[in-house]
Design a binder for this molecule. Structure first.
Ligand code: APR
Length: 316
């Protein structure tokens, strides 16, 4: 962290996830926050509401809302959550194209107004959208990173803690692959105070927790009935912003651009990443079993299908 510098975080998309990310960033006093959205008045209203919570919660972040990208000028981190939810009758590809157009427009504005920022993407389908953002921004790959693994691993950590009745704080884990059903949770890297869960739980319980993690987003959608998860996604994006702004060199699972690691080239996928002030400062290669390698390659295959869809639609 540079002494005396006030950092700036732009939350692009001030919907549920964007506003939650802004709230967590303010609570952690990471810097000043600009909420940006196309809906007039909404980001301004949420920023004012969050400002008015400040005296009670004791943060001094300056929160503003805007519909004008000029206001993200000089942002250090841009958290991109803008997008549309899937509507009835829409295929995955329809949604991808729609969100692809939105992300293209946003990236042009980030490149213009915050060319030195590190961009944390959240919009789904995450890995494909992050690849698109990387291509459209023209930033070095270190400064374009996707939020998925942080959320997936937080879910697995919660489920392990709930199962064993231990504090969530002492559970650690690593989740690879793309965000969604193809994620690759790694039970052997899941520990409770350093003890692998394979020593604490029978295999069938581990399998059940892994499966619940895979379907973690869907479980929340089913319960909410309208909309999808936003507290944990917002907290995960803020966690990544914190690692970058505070130059923490945290090892977190994030969607990163691979150039040969894990036998994969020119694709974004969830891998362990060292996050610091330069963004993705290192990609860590773990020893995987053959089954895990296959699962990761399957995951990457799905992401490549999405990339192809964007290319065929002329968006990429
Ligand atoms: N520019 C800026 N904001 C936009 C644009 C755009 N071109 N298009 C849409 N938005 C805004 C919407 O106005 C809305 O406020 O993006 C916001 C999205 O918010 P929500 O609909 O509340 O969605 P949310 O639950 O926050 O999820 C956002 O994160 O986890 C992912 O799958 C989720 O892709 C989704 C994203």
């Amino acid at each position: 962290m540079e002494a005396g510098k006030r950092y700036k975080i732009a939350c692009i998309g001030a919907g549920n996830v964007g506003a939650s990310a802004a709230q967590y960033c303010a609570e952690m006093e990471l810097g000043d926050i600009v909420l940006t959205d196309i809906v007039e008045g909404m980001p301004q209203g949420k920023a004012l509401d969050l400002t008015e919570a400040g005296p009670i919660r004791g943060y001094n972040s300056v929160l503003t809302g805007t519909n004008d990208y000029a206001d993200i000028e000089g942002a250090d981190v841009c958290i991109v959550t803008a997008g549309l939810p899937r509507k009835p009758g829409m295929t995955r590809l329809d949604l991808l194209k729609k969100n692809g157009e939105i992300i293209t427009d946003i990236c042009e504005n980030i490149a213009k107004h915050a060319p030195n920022s590190t961009v944390v993407t959240v919009t789904n389908p995450l890995d494909v959208i992050t690849y698109l953002a990387f291509k459209k921004l023209g930033f070095p790959a270190e400064r374009v990173v996707g939020m998925a693994g942080c959320l997936d691993s937080a879910r697995l950590r919660s489920f392990v803690a709930m199962e064993l009745g231990v504090s969530m704080k002492i559970v650690d884990t690593m989740v690879l692959g793309s965000h969604g059903d193809d994620m690759v949770p790694l039970p052997e890297y899941t520990t409770v105070s350093g003890i692998p869960i394979t020593k604490l739980l029978p295999q069938d319980r581990i399998d059940a927790l892994v499966e619940r993690t895979r379907k973690g987003g869907g479980e929340i959608v089913q319960l909410l009935k309208t909309g999808s998860a936003y507290y944990a996604p917002g907290a995960s994006a803020a966690r990544m912003a914190q690692a970058i702004i505070r130059d923490e060199k945290q090892l977190l699972p994030c969607a990163a651009h691979l150039t040969g690691q894990y036998g994969l080239d020119d694709v974004y996928i969830g891998v362990p990443v060292m996050l610091g002030k330069k963004g993705v400062e290192r990609i860590v290669e773990l020893d995987l079993t053959d089954a895990q390698k296959d699962a990761l390659h399957n995951s990457a295959g799905e992401v490549r299908e999405g990339i192809k869809g964007l290319q065929e639609a002329g968006i990429l």
